[in-house]
Structures are given as structure tokens and as C-alpha cells.
Design a protein around this ligand. Structure first.
Ligand SMILES: [Ca+2]
Ligand SMILES: [Ca+2]
Length: 295
């Protein structure tokens, strides 16, 4: 083979090698996503939710910031005499009270005073109300209390209520990441997870047994299961051993429910508390949002 021809073939060989090297390098770079450092994958895969269809909500950002206004009017007389008529406008979410009625409390998560890194979003069409809250701050896998949201609930029918929330994952494509936040009922008479005959209490509640995975200071880590990422009713605690959430109120009165940030990009739209007079299906299908008064 002439020298010129050998040199050309050698150059083509080197060029091909370089192309391969460049191609595989860029492929590796694409695959090098930063892992989510959730220390425990928690989902109970044996009971993965398959009942809810994925309505394919787009992740286009269409932030909407809307303030909810509720008006409470008190009129003591219907005549036009000079007796006092007081009208107060209840616009401060920090003083909202959600009134239980017929064993049901139904609340939009965005009807709260929120700050820090909770963002009100309204992408897709699965949510209700003005939108849903998404945690865009740091992750707090073992530190509840950050980005605190509080909901004051007035109970007139004491008893045991089940807690359920409508929540979604707004980042990635893994059903066990960005899928949890913290929940606590600190002034209720009991707060626990139940699965059949198994009951778990939050760490720090001085009760046992406690759930598998993170829990502290009376807070449960509440996660959602399921491979589809859109909003579903899925509310669980204890890693790999999904327990449903219950809270007991022994006397009529006001109680405070707290939510705080754990995983970034976890989205919460609304929650329901319902007593034994309600089926899960009826409670989650209800659109009877609780009347808001102000304290
Ligand atoms: Ca998780
Ligand atoms: Ca909502």
C-alpha cells in the first residue's frame, strides 16, 4: 500500500476515534444528573396507587398570585333603627378559621399565610381554588418546622378524623422523590398512622411504636406513592409500610394543623379531614369547602 494511502487511512482512523470519544463523553454528561439525597426511599411499592389516571398536567409555568378575600358580615337587626351593624372583612389568611361541618373539613392549602419559599402555582388543570403551593427552598429531610404553614380548624363534632391531601410531584420523574412534606397536629388529643391493626405515633410524642424513616418532635413525614406525578389523593407515613393518617379531637374547639417543608418541588393543593360518617370516596369528591371565619 502506498505511503500516502496508509497515512490517509490512519488519519481517518484517528478522526473516528476522536468522534467516538467526544460522543460518549457528551452522553455521560447528560446522564450525570445530580441525585436527590433523600436518605430513605420510603414508598410502599406493594400498595402502589394505580386507581388514579394521569391527566398529564403540563409543567409550563403560569404562576398566578391571587389573594383570597372572605367577608364576614354580622347584622343584629333587620330594621333601619340606629342599632349597630358591624361588618368586618376577613382578608388576613393568618387569622382564618376553617369550620368543620357535618364531620368534614375541606381546605385549599393556598388559603394560608405563606412565605419563605412556598410558591403559588397554577399549572395544568388538576388543582382547585387559586392554585397549589410548591416548596422551592432547601430540602429538610430531618428538620421539620421550616416554611411553616398553619391552619386553624374549628371542630364542633369531636371524634376521630382521617387526614388526606391532594398532592403532586413537580420535578423529575421518580415517584419517590419530591413527594413529601411534614405534618403535625400538636394540640389534638391523638395523632397517629394506622394500617390494619398496626398503629404508629410520631417520634417525640412519647408514644410508641414510631414509624420507619424520618419523624421527630411530633411531626410525621407524609409521602405520596405512585409513579404518575400528577395530583392524587395519597397520604402516608412510615417508609415501606404505608399507614394512613388520623387525628382525634375529644372536645369541641379550635385546633392547629401544621405543615412544613421537607422535599423541594412537592406540591400541595387541598386537604380534607373527615370522620367515620364519611367514606374516603365521598370525602375526597366533596366540593363543600369549609366556611372561613376569622378569629
Ligand atoms: Ca421522598
Ligand atoms: Ca388549591
Amino acid at each position: 500500500m502506498p505511503t500516502m494511502q496508509r497515512t490517509s487511512l490512519f488519519r481517518i482512523f484517528i478522526f473516528t476515534l476522536l468522534l467516538c470519544a467526544v460522543f460518549s463523553c457528551s452522553k455521560d454528561a447528560v446522564d450525570m444528573t445530580i441525585p436527590d439525597t433523600d436518605v430513605v426511599a420510603e414508598d410502599d411499592m406493594t400498595s402502589e396507587n394505580s386507581a388514579t389516571t394521569d391527566t398529564d398536567s403540563e409543567n409550563s409555568d403560569s404562576d398566578t398570585t391571587t389573594t383570597t378575600t372572605t367577608t364576614t358580615t354580622t347584622t343584629d337587626d333587620s330594621d333601619n333603627s340606629d342599632t349597630d351593624t358591624s361588618s368586618s372583612t376577613c382578608t388576613d389568611p393568618g387569622s382564618f378559621v376553617f369550620n368543620e361541618e357535618n364531620g368534614l373539613v375541606l381546605v385549599e392549602f393556598e388559603n394560608a399565610a405563606y412565605s419563605d419559599s412556598w410558591a403559588l402555582k397554577a399549572a395544568g388543570n388538576s388543582f382547585s381554588g387559586d392554585g397549589y403551593l410548591v416548596w422551592e427552598g432547601s430540602q429538610y429531610f430531618n428538620q421539620p418546622g421550616n416554611g411553616l404553614l398553619t391552619y386553624t380548624i374549628k371542630i364542633t363534632n369531636p371524634g376521630t378524623y382521617r387526614f388526606h391531601w391532594f398532592n403532586s410531584i413537580t420535578a423529575g420523574n421518580d415517584g419517590t422523590e419530591h413527594n413529601d412534606s411534614w405534618l403535625r397536629f400538636n394540640d389534638a388529643d391523638d395523632f397517629y398512622g394506622q394500617k390494619g391493626n398496626s398503629v404508629v405515633y410520631p417520634n417525640g410524642s412519647n408514644k410508641s411504636p414510631n414509624p420507619a424513616g424520618s419523624s421527630q418532635d411530633g411531626w410525621f413525614k407524609i409521602y405520596r406513592s405512585g409513579g404518575n406525578l400528577d395530583f392524587i389523593w395519597s397520604t402516608r407515613t412510615s417508609d415501606h409500610n404505608a399507614h394512613e393518617i388520623y387525628v382525634r379531637f375529644d372536645t369541641p374547639g379550635t385546633y392547629v394543623m401544621e405543615v412544613s417543608a421537607r422535599s423541594s418541588n412537592h406540591a400541595i393543593d387541598k386537604f380534607v379531614l373527615f370522620n367515620e360518617n364519611w367514606s374516603e370516596a365521598d370525602a375526597t369528591a366533596s366540593e363543600a369547602f369549609s366556611t372561613i371565619t376569622c378569629d
